[in-house]
Design a protein around this ligand. Sequence first.
Ligand SMILES: [Zn+2]
Length: 106
Amino acid sequence: MFLYDEDVAAWLNALTDKEFIEFFYKHLASRRINDDPQGIHNRLALAEIIPHTNRRQPLVHMLCTSPGDSPADAPIKWLGQCCGFLTGSWQRSATCPACGAAVRDA
Ligand SMILES: [Zn+2]
């Protein structure tokens, strides 16, 4: 079976934000990029970048998954922090994609 880029992009763009984030962390985040030859495995993460208005630098939220059930269209409204990053998720309870710990309130 051959998948066209446009079909894959259309399918991904039809997902809600929550579905897209869950799909990414379930199926793509373990993709290896620039693995360290000494065995340290890098991971991928999603981030929302909010362009600066009055700030000098854009605001960056590392996007996280949340445990439990939530509607597919749950908005990304909970801000937290972990590993030196601001985080965003659809529930207050969220898992840091960098370290796997529960994020703290921002
Ligand atoms: Zn963390």
